[in-house]
Design a protein around this ligand. Structure first.
Ligand code: G6P
Length: 455
């Protein structure tokens, strides 16, 4: 069995003394796939992303069961930053809007050629590593062309592909140049089986294929709603480093104050700024909450090579500061913002959460929505965007919001803070049941079994 993805389970940093430090990779894909573990006998093929990773490849350092591909830095930059994160991510999440609109010019075509090269490097490595008839599961939009390329090289393999993002409906997807749209869909249709996180994304993909690729052909479609890893999270969140960070965070929030918690990569689709504005409006509309609540917002750096991400990070910081200047008092910091990635501190925030705010514009699933109810010490109320994949499973027991509607989000926060303890406990119980219905290890096994049955 082989797995392929752009980001691997670990990334490496070069320390000042030249030694390498391994760090857990971020994002939903890694959280889901990490459950496979080195004992499953799978080979995970991924790319060397930064200098540390490349150095690890050069020195032959690596985790068992992981093969990192040393892609030339310029090819990787075009494929990952240029195509995957600037075009495909924006199309799948429907993030383009005036004045941020794509221009498909010669530069785009040049980057697309790198995207093909990048995908080919994966297809060739997989073709080389895979045993006769092996199952290969390719992950995400970075590697959409791999199934078709691998099919040509190794018709004996069982090939699956899983999308961790949403999929846009045809009327949005058609903004891609016709030939590129066709190539992308046909690339994916090279798989025996394609997996999506929700029915909504699977249906949109099917509609795109009907319109631009003459249908699905022999490829089967499956929906596997990745759930939270309750065992791991509960164990991990009671380790000493998390309890230490809880004490520090409690001090920052202030004794006795409620905590509205959000944890995201600083990513445009996560809608962090409107979340902050909604919190500001809550403090305006309901001054009784002043000094009695804090908004704990962890916005961890993501894709900082791209200007739109850097600008967004700066905006998040600016809006948080404005709220603190406007409403803060000597004894109360309304927004507790942290921008340095720290998994143990995220778990500490989950444990302290009274309310979890998950308001993305669009999101494949959003595992934070599933993780906070599982980890929170006292149960929590979930304010959840109806555009998150998780809404399909958690919508009934969350307070649903339209992510663009700041006023409605402010009202939802107030409703969450005033919900009675019994209702909160009941809802948390049901949220936890839904959130843990398909833990990562089973989620992966389910895909593998359906792939083996598909041919
Ligand atoms: C999303 C994508 C993943 C990606 C993750 C983190 O969850 O679906 O494929 O790994 O974001 O983004 P990054 O660009 O840092 O890998």
């Amino acid at each position: 069995m082989l797995v392929a993805s752009n980001r691997g389970p670990v990334s490496y940093e070069v320390r000042e003394d030249g030694s390498l430090r391994a760090k857990r990779g971020g994002g939903g894909l890694v959280s889901g796939l990490s459950a496979i573990g080195p004992d499953a006998g799978a080979l995970w093929v991924c790319s060397a992303l930064g200098d540390g990773d490349r150095e690890a490849v050069r020195r032959g350092v690596g985790e068992t069961g992981v093969r990192m591909l040393a892609i030339p830095a310029d090819v990787h930059a075009d494929a990952y930053n240029g195509i995957a994160n600037s075009v495909l991510w924006f199309v799948h999440h429907m993030l383009y809007q005036t004045p941020l609109e794509p221009v498909f010019d010669a530069e785009f075509r040049r980057q697309w050629a790198s995207y093909e090269t990048y995908n080919r490097a994966f297809a060739e490595a997989l073709a080389e590593e895979a045993a006769e008839g092996a199952a290969v599961i390719v992950q995400d939009y970075h590697l959409a062309l791999v199934p078709g390329m691998l099919r040509d090289l190794r018709p004996d393999l069982r090939i699956g592909h899983f999308s961790h993002t949403p999929w846009a409906p045809p009327e949005y997807f058609r903004m891609l140049p016709d030939d590129i749209a066709g190539q992308l869909l046909r690339g994916m249709l090279g798989a025996d089986r394609l997996g999506f996180l929700t029915h909504r994304w699977a249906d949109a993909f099917t509609a795109c294929c009907a319109e631009f690729a003459g249908g699905l052909g022999d490829t089967r479609i499956g929906v596997h709603g990745l759930g939270a890893d309750a065992d791991f999270l509960r164990r991990r969140s009671h380790e000493a480093d998390v309890t230490e960070r809880m004490a520090a965070l409690r001090q920052e929030i202030g004794e006795g104050r409620r905590a509205i918690v959000r944890v995201d990569r600083t990513e445009l689709s996560k809608n962090i700024v409107r979340g902050l504005l909604a919190y500001g409006q809550l403090l305006d509309d309901h001054p009784e909450w002043r000094e009695r609540v804090a908004h704990v917002a962890f916005a961890y750096p993501s894709r900082q090579d791209l200007a739109v991400y850097r600008d967004y990070t700066a905006e998040v910081q600016r809006v948080a500061e404005e709220i603190n200047e406007r409403y803060g008092t000597p004894g109360w910091t309304p927004v507790v913002l942290h921008v340095k990635d720290d998994f143990a501190r995220s778990l500490a925030a989950y444990r302290l959460a009274d309310v979890a705010l998950v308001n993305p514009i669009r999101d494949g699933m959003n595992l934070v929505a599933k993780e906070v109810p599982v980890v929170s010490d006292e149960g929590c109320v979930l304010v959840l965007s109806r555009e998150a994949g998780a809404y399909e499973e958690l919508g009934e027991d969350a307070i649903a919001v339209n992510p663009y509607d700041v006023t409605a989000t402010a009202r939802a926060l107030h409703a969450a803070l005033t919900m009675g303890p019994e209702e909160r406990a009941e809802r948390t119980k049901r949220l936890v049941a839904a959130a843990t219905a398909l833990p990562p290890a089973q989620w992966f096994l389910e895909q593998l079994q359906s792939l083996r049955a598909a041919v």
